[in-house]
Every structure is written in structure tokens, then in C-alpha cells.
Design a protein around this ligand. Sequence first.
Ligand code: CTP
Length: 397
Amino acid sequence: MTNRQKKILLGVTGGIAAYKSCELARLLVQAGASVRTVLTEAATRFVTPMTFQALTGNPARTRLFDEDHEAAMGHIELVRWADQVIVAPATADFLARLAQGRANDLLTTLCLATGAPVTVAPAMNHRMWQHPATRRNLALLEEMGVRCIGPDEGDQACGESGPGRMSEPGEIAALLLGEGELFKGRNVMVTAGPTREALDPVRYLSNRSSGRMGFALAEAFHGQGARVTLVTGPVSLATPPGIERIDVESAQEMRDAVFERIGEQDLFVGCAAVADYRPEDSSPHKIKKSSDILKLRLLRNPDILAEVAALDDGPWTVGFAAETTDLERHARQKLEGKGVDMIAANRVGRGLGFEVEENALEVFWKTGQQTLPQQDKGVLARELVALIAEVMGKVNH
Ligand code: CTP
């Protein structure tokens, strides 16, 4: 999705950091996104709807029951319109109301009714931020899949110092738009999709991977300034702009394509669902049905990720793991067994994983782990890219 197609609903709640939301609106519009703003009653004490109307070119709303606005673009239409919701600043009171599922004003109603990912950028006095009530509300929100950015630490408007400053508008915009310079000048290779292991000229063994996660990652790395090479098995996805795509069919072909360019890479992300086995013999002619039983002998395919991880002077490596049970144990086994730097583990089954738009990840590395809650694969990919940059930075310095 280009920025021009991005539709962002900006919620502003009543804190002094509301003045920074004007800059956020400006940055998003400047990047080409469409922005519509909803202010809470308290927010209007700090900034005015007119400010946002002027910056975004769209009327800003403040009330749920507003005949004129409802006639123009009703609140349910607004919910359907948005493909991302950002609440910046988010006050302690707003977080509490959202965590409780209240719908007592326009903004909380929209957040409850939307299917789009919701991000909050909290801003409050540091004691309020550290209060157990706020901590609990935040944990509830994260459990619901609400993403939180910030707050930063430093001097506060109240004259005290600590964690509670709203993240900088530039940082929030970069997260929403997936643009930044985290991988500027770096070479990143991503494998994606399934592989096909031929039985004969018309039949093959394969799996249900759609390639969406790998493509979303390639796009997210590109958005962060990387030169991306995407080695993909057969998928029906368009190549994201600015990415070099190499199409392959079998695991062997994928391995060859990867190793042809691996020397140039700073980072290798194995997102492909590589078939573990291939038929021992691939018949040059279509196999005819004859006997009642047809036996196939399968040979183990090369493990591309493990081979890349074993290279002397090889790139930093990230692997994926699809697990139905014992996620952490299996993921940590893969981390050690394949000698990779990071494993992003997928829960599969129950509507997650393959052939779906949304996913959730548990990410493990030697000295830590992090949960990225269930959300759209594009947003998830951007979060994983940011996490990889953070962990790579810590390990390398
Ligand atoms: N991978 C690879 N080459 C293979 C097989 C897997 O590069 N021949 C990579 C995948 O891209 C992925 C990770 O290894 O990053 C998955 O590891 P794998 O051992 O295949 O795990 P699963 O298939 O999830 O599980 P299982 O343990 O059941 O094999």
C-alpha cells in the first residue's frame, strides 16, 4: 500500500502533548496519507478542531451525537474508512476507558467498533504512567492487540522528569507509515512462499504458504531503507515497488538463488515454508495410473537457513517457526539447533498462520524474547523489522 492509499484515523485526547499531534497530522498528510481527526472534549481545551481541519483538509469531529457530521460521514462509515487508528496523545483516563471497553464518547466508540489496528501513544505525568492502575490497563490493552508506542523519558511539562513524554511525532509517523532509516544502506535477503517439489511435469508436493508474511517483510525492510532481495517460491502476489524479486520453484532452486547472492547480505530472513522433502525421482513424463498403490520415496532437502547460519562471516540470520504446541521450547530448540540469531515463532491453527491476513509472533533470541500481538501482517512485519534492528544493534555494539 502506498502512503497515498493510507487512511489514518487520528484520535487526540486531553493532554498538553496534544500540541504535538498537530505536527503528527502534518507529517502524515505530507507523506501522502489521508487523515481524519477525532478530538475528545478534553482535547479541545488544548487544541481546536479547526487546527486539524486546516492541517488535514478534512473536518475534525468531537462528538458522537452530531447531526451534521453524522449526515456527512457517520461514525460507522468513519470506522470502515480507517485502515489504522492512532491515538496520540493517549491520556491515562483514555487508556482506562479503552481497557474497560467503554464507549462513552466518539473516540472510544470508534476504537471499539474498528477492525483496524489501534496504536496508542501515551502521554502523562510519570507517576500516573507508573501507577499500578495504568500498568494494568496497558497490559489489558496489549492483550487485546492494541499497540503502544512510547512514552519517552525526560523532562515533562509539569516540571518533573521521568517516563511519560509522548513519543516524537516523527517516530510515530515512521511507525504508522513504515518508513525510516533503520536499515539504510544495508542488504537484506528475504525468502518467501512455499516451494514446489516436482513429482512429474504436472504434479508437485507443496504447502499452504501464501507468501504474504515474507512479502510484507520485504516491503517493511525497503521502507526502512534496505536494498531488498526477495527470493520467492510460487505465489500470486505483486512485487512491492523497489524490491528485487527472484522467482524459484523447488527448495534446491531456492538454495542456489540464495547462495548466489549471500556474500553481499547483511541480514538473511528465512520466511519461506521450504518443503523439507522432495521426491527421490521426478519423472520426466506424466506418471500414469497403474497399480492401486503408488509409493513415493522422499529425500531430505537442504536446510537453507541452517546453511546460511553456518557460514563463516555470514549475515545476521532470522528464521521462522510454525508451531502448534510448546511454542517456546520448539522455537528455542530451532534457535540453538540451526545456530540462528533470532526465531519468530508463529502459532498455527485456530485461524492463525497460513492463508490469512493476520498473524501473531513470539520472537526469541539468545538473551530475550518479545510478543508481537495478533494484527495485520503488514503492521506485524513493520514491528518485526523494528525489533530486528533493535536486537541487531544491541548485539553488534
Ligand atoms: N527452512 C529453510 N530450509 C529448509 C527448511 C526450513 O531455510 N529446508 C527455514 C524456513 O524458512 C524457516 C525455518 O527454517 O525460517 C523453519 O524451520 P523448520 O525446521 O522447517 O521448521 P518447521 O517446518 O516450522 O517445523 P518442524 O520442526 O516441524 O520441521
